[in-house]
Write a protein that binds this ligand. Structure first.
Ligand code: BDR
Ligand code: CA
Length: 311
């Protein structure tokens, strides 16, 4: 299986991208606004690929959601990767194709053997599906970080990636593409702490050093905002579940996105009732494999091990 990573790097995206390049056949990255502007997230993606010595194409995607404007989140600092100041800038240029063109072209070329890993707002995927509906048949699966079965982060019930473009998320959720969701309820179970900052710093590798700095910044930001002292590795969970499915439990669930209510906009409504239909009643069909449980320490170890393989 080949993979395209759609991403808005991002401190946890940094770890997810490096892990994915090490463990999967990644054939390209597409960028999107989210943790910063799309200009910044694209530069960050190019710098991360340089670090990984990967020359996969990086195609620039959407700079704003389908509806409304882009709201910058503070948690990843000014440029989305503020903890990674020591990562060298790059001369490398983005691919001449737009993210949408790239997704459609690759989907057509690798129909049935291409999956997506989506780590930011789903705008690029939704736009690509609108332009080329056959993409839904070509893509084998989308593993995404987004949503939550209960508590959110940017709002009481909304997770950042879905909240930043709820219309796009709903278009993808209703596309018929097999979906695997790593929501906050799952990703909050995989946390990194000062132990991993030290482990990465002491490994004596260049990427280990950068990763340690990035993680230290992320933990600082995180502990200023949330009560839990350790930082959740949201995005890597959407990748680790593909490499180590044995560490995860998923549940087939009907999921949709709330678009109308001002208070609940961007909430993923996950129908987790354990019920049988009344006679004549039609229950919503499950459309997503929702991650409900993971082995946190094993996921963290698997990720750190891969990061430290880079020399
Ligand atoms: C998601 O939002 C971003 O801040 C992270 O990179 C992750 O993709 C978590 O809600
Ligand atoms: Ca992200």
């Amino acid at each position: 299986m080949k993979y395209i990573i759609d991403t808005d790097p991002g401190h946890d995206d940094f770890f997810a991208i490096l892990y994915a390049i090490r463990r999967l056949d990644v054939v390209g990255l597409t960028t999107v606004f989210g943790n910063s502007t799309v200009d910044n997230t694209t530069q960050n993606a190019l710098r991360i690929c340089d670090l990984a010595q990967s020359d996969v194409p990086v195609a620039i995607g959407a700079g704003k959601p389908i509806v409304g404007d882009f709201v910058v989140s503070a948690i990843h600092g000014n440029d989305g990767l503020q903890g990674g100041k020591s990562i060298p800038q790059t001369e490398r240029k983005a691919d001449p194709r737009s993210a949408v063109e790239f997704l459609i072209e690759m989907g057509r070329a690798h129909a049935g053997s291409l999956s997506l890993i989506v780590l930011g707002p789903m705008t690029n995927i939704a736009l690509a599906l609108r332009i080329e509906p056959k993409l839904a048949d070509w893509i084998s699966e989308i593993s995404f970080m987004g949503g939550a079965t209960a508590t959110g982060n940017v709002a009481a019930f909304a997770e950042a990636n879905v909240w930043k473009d709820p219309e796009a998320a709903q278009m993808v959720l209703s596309s018929g593409i097999p979906l695997r969701m790593a929501g906050l309820n799952l990703t909050n179970q995989a946390r990194l702490s000062q132990t991993q900052v030290d482990q990465l710093a002491n490994a004596g590798t260049k990427i280990g050093q950068h990763a340690s700095e990035i993680l230290a910044f992320y933990l600082k930001q995180h502990s200023a905002r949330y009560t839990h002292p350790d930082g959740p590795m949201h995005d890597p969970c959407a990748v680790i579940s593909l490499v180590h499915p044995e560490l995860f439990k998923f549940r087939d669930t009907a999921v949709s996105v709330e678009l109308a209510s001002p208070q609940l906009r961007g909430m993923t409504i996950c129908d987790m009732r354990e019920i049988a239909p009344f006679p004549g009643e039609v229950l919503p069909e499950p459309n997503v494999k929702v991650g409900v449980q993971l082995d946190g320490p094993a996921c963290v170890d698997a990720m750190i091990e891969a990061i430290l393989e880079y020399r």
